[in-house]
Design a binder for this molecule. Structure first.
Ligand code: GTP
Length: 594
């Protein structure tokens, strides 16, 4: 295709503002999907995505429109996937900024808009859901115009649901989004903006060709790893994969298949070039995915450990950001320490392990990565609280911090500031987007955000606030490790790294929780919270002689036997911490956040 006829664009929107619905309507209006086979949310393929209504994996669809070729590139909507969003944006020249006409701009809209502006994309402001009785297009057109510096009348109005305004929007994309420019006769350079594992075909790699040309049956080179592969198939998605004999030229968006079985061999952000005539320089901005949040994952039934390993191996084929290594816990047995991009990523992985692989799991409280510098100058990277050096020779501890943006109605400013202040936040700035809506910017430790921050924010603002954050380096903090001891024995799964001012609170809460959850033993069991050798909280579980047979009256021998058997079975699920028997459920309950 002549690059002058190509328009590459994406839709950026906050969750639930209607991106998928609009995309569906575009597929239908351009005739790519006929009305009969129209399936709601065609682009969201994974079950979890559909059920939760979130888009995790970006995809690209080619839409014919008015003699032009529109490539619609789907961007993931959530903060954890900022890097993937940035790569998808890099593959485009324009972005539709889609805002719910009844809700207005939200934190994610803003974060993604900033990314799109950084990528120099042409922005098309659009209000969606104008069919809603609660829509306030005048008000929010003003807000949008103020934000991107255009006139309120430049803001398009559509309904993804009824289709109103969607044709005009497509015309507008053709008229206003710049055509791609690249060097047709230069060495090939294509940007990988997504890479998806398919059971039958292996990895499907989505690319945007910047310069040159990629063909079928060509040896290609992945520039970040220097690995070479052969393109077995190359083509475009419209809406199903359509192989192309001509390959892909400048400005085109499509997919290629090389037969590799692991997405780590075809990484988002990498540059594909020709092995025979490689480009001199790769495209800018490649980053290795970096896990930010770690948690221990253990099978509730210890026998399922091999299944858990196998499941993680399989998930990793499709998820280059997932990392894990085996770990053993005295309390929980054999499991894995798993690294994630963020909280949502963690939830998704957990859910897939449980749903697709039928595993029952316990996870330890998530933690971030700390950098600990000792007085002798040595340095430790801590991804697991139990590895935190406990000697007194720590000179400095660094933790990751974020640039966080919160958008909310102005009436909640006080509540939001209180939450952020309570979590060691530093106010960086505040702006009114309109009379009654503010954008509040904070520097917040990531470790504080991953600990029920969303829930707090939601409940204190009655769900009206939205949050977005991006990594912003690290900062020194006064952090300590709190251990929880049962009868003098530390229970590794409950160790946590917390700020000095919060250590006492954590210790008291944990000790109380465990006192209620752990059944009495035949001897007294002290529960202590300690920083190093210093005990900061203590509870006692009083001794009891429990006799299951006491419950039985009369001499029904079979009933007695049943009870004894039951008790034996219960014992199997007991974990020993020193001499203390702790039912698995107690750990599970103590580790669950609610
Ligand atoms: P994520 O994939 O989570 O980012 O969500 P999304 O932005 O793709 O939103 P989606 O298309 O799933 O729409 C969210 C909800 O809004 C759904 O219940 C849609 O039916 C509804 N919706 C989307 N567009 C419109 C519209 O134009 N009018 C009305 N009334 N409802 C809409």
């Amino acid at each position: 295709t002549d690059p002058a006829l190509i328009r590459n664009f994406c839709i950026i929107a906050h969750i639930d503002h209607g991106k998928s619905t609009l995309a569906d309507r575009m597929l239908q209006i351009t005739g790519v999907v006929d009305d009969r086979s129209m399936r709601a949310q065609y682009l969201d393929r994974m079950d979890i995505e559909r059920e939760r209504g979130i888009t995790i994996k970006s995809q690209a669809v080619r839409l014919p429109w008015d003699g032009h070729v529109l490539n619609m590139i789907d961007t993931p909507g959530h903060v954890d996937f900022t890097y993937e969003v940035s790569r998808s944006l890099q593959a485009c020249e324009g972005a539709i900024l889609l805002v719910d006409a009844a809700q207005g701009i939200e934190a994610q809209t803003l974060a993604n808009l900033y990314l799109a502006m950084n990528a120099d994309l042409h922005i098309i402001p659009v209000l969606n859901k104008i069919d809603l009785p609660a829509a306030q297009p005048e008000k929010f057109a003003e807000e949008l115009a103020g934000l991107i510096g255009c006139e309120p009348s430049d803001v398009l109005r559509v309904s993804g649901k009824t289709g109103e305004g969607v044709r005009e929007l497509l015309d507008h994309v053709v008229a206003s989004v710049p055509a791609p420019v690249g060097k047709a006769d230069a060495a090939a350079r294509a940007l990988i903006f997504d890479s998806v594992y398919d059971t039958y075909r292996g990895v499907v790699t989505y690319v945007r060709v910047i310069d040159g040309h990629l063909s079928k049956r060509e040896r290609i080179l992945m520039m970040s790893t220097s690995a070479t592969h052969e393109t077995l198939e190359i083509g475009v998605i419209s809406p199903e994969p359509k192989p192309s004999e001509l390959g892909l030229g400048v400005g085109e968006v499509g997919y290629l298949i090389t037969g590799v079985k692991d997405v780590r061999q075809s990484r988002v952000g990498d540059t594909v070039t020709s092995a025979a005539k490689p480009a001199g320089e790769m495209l800018a901005g490649y980053e290795h995915p970096k896990p930010m949040v770690f948690s221990g994952l253990y099978p509730i039934d210890g026998d399922e450990y091999p299944e858990l390993r196998e499941a993680l191996d399989k998930l990793q084929l499709n998820d280059a950001a997932l990392v894990y290594e085996p770990e053993t816990s005295a309390a929980l047995g054999f499991g894995f320490r798993v690294g994630f991009l963020g909280l949502l990523h963690m939830e998704i992985v957990r859910e897939r392990l449980e749903r697709e692989f039928g595993l029952s799991l316990i996870s330890t409280a998530p933690n971030v990565v700390y950098r600990v510098i000792m007085e002798d100058g040595s340095e430790h990277t801590v991804t697991n609280p139990s590895e935190f050096p406990s000697g007194g020779k720590i000179a400095q501890v660094f933790e990751p911090v974020t640039k966080s943006t919160i958008l909310a109605p102005a009436e909640f400013i006080g509540a939001i500031m209180e939450i952020c202040q309570g979590r060691r936040g530093q106010l960086k700035g505040m702006d009114y987007l309109s009379e009654d809506r503010v954008e509040i910017r904070y520097e917040l430790p990531l470790g504080e955000i991953i600990f029920d921050f969303f829930d707090q924010l939601k409940s204190r603002t009655r769900g009206y606030a939205s949050l977005d954050y991006e990594p912003a380096g690290e900062a020194e903090a006064d952090l300590v490790k709190v251990d929880i001891l049962l009868q003098g024995e530390a229970v590794d799964a409950f160790s946590a790294i917390v700020h000095k001012d919060k250590a006492y609170g954590y210790g008291v809460d944990m000790a109380k929780k465990l006192r209620e959850l752990i059944p009495r033993q035949q001897f007294e069991v002290p529960i202590q919270a300690a920083i190093g050798a210093r005990v900061i909280a203590r509870e006692n579980i009083r001794a009891i002689r429990k006799d299951v047979l006491a419950k039985c009256y009369g001499g029904d021998i079979s009933r007695k036997r049943k009870l004894l058997e039951k008790q034996k079975e219960g014992k199997k699920r007991m974990k020993m911490v020193g001499r203390v028997e702790v039912p698995q459920e107690a750990f599970v309950a103590a580790l669950s956040t609610d």
